[in-house]
Design a protein around this ligand. Structure first.
Ligand SMILES: CC(C)(COP(=O)(O)OP(=O)(O)OC[C@H]1O[C@@H](n2cnc3c(N)ncnc32)[C@H](O)[C@@H]1OP(=O)(O)O)[C@@H](O)C(=O)NCCC(=O)NCCS
Length: 160
């Protein structure tokens, strides 16, 4: 597995991973790709990719993308689910289904944190449903719950 910076050419793959992140629970009816990319609450994680301040990484195996993680800043008037402040970018992460459980997510998390540190970013935030095992991955990686994002989700922050 290799991890490289995400570019404009990765937009479609990042969209695939955003759809995976939105539809993480098999218990809920899946949202279509079109819905995810048009509903403002989810579309703004990727709209206009790449913005000047976006940071992203893509994992590849045998030349095929297997997962991606990226950070985007949101203004207070248009917050993401895990918004804490305008100078704290929010994480989106997804691994293609066949590749899950093989360490790709953990490696992506490390890589995007390294990119953020290099860019002088002090904190990363995210939103995660409490039932999602990804929450354990974030806790193990040093993210702390800062508040309840909703009845089912937590907002988490990591100081880099
Ligand atoms: C969440 C996600 C990004 C994690 O990536 P991954 O490559 O599957 O995770 P890793 O293999 O790096 O494993 C990370 C940790 O989660 C654990 N884990 C992996 N799959 C698991 C599963 N199905 N159930 C419970 N724990 C699991 C691993 O054991 C590991 O912890 P450990 O090493 O301490 O045991 C990926 O599964 C995914 O894309 N899921 C769907 C989209 C999603 O939920 N995105 C996040 C929204 S907040």
């Amino acid at each position: 597995m290799t991890i490289r910076p995400a570019t404009a050419a990765d937009r479609e793959f990042l969209a695939d991973m955003l759809v995976e992140a939105v539809n993480w629970s098999p218990e809920w009816p899946a949202k279509s790709r079109r819905e995810v990319l048009s509903m403002p609450s989810t579309a703004h994680y990727l709209a206009g990719w790449p913005r000047e301040t976006d940071l992203g990484v893509v994992a590849e195996s045998g030349g095929e993308p297997t997962g991606a993680a990226w950070l985007r800043f949101f203004p207070p008037g248009e917050p993401g689910y895990g918004f804490v402040a305008a100078d704290v970018p929010e994480l989106t992460i997804g691994v293609a289904a066949p590749w899950r459980g093989h360490g790709v997510g953990r490696a992506l998390l490390r890589a995007i944190e390294a990119c953020a540190q290099e860019a002088g970013i002090a904190r990363i935030s995210l939103s995660v449903e409490r039932k999602n095992f990804a929450r354990q991955l974030y806790l193990a990686a040093g993210y702390e719950v800062t508040g309840a994002g909703s009845a089912q989700s937590d907002t988490m922050v990591k100081f880099l």
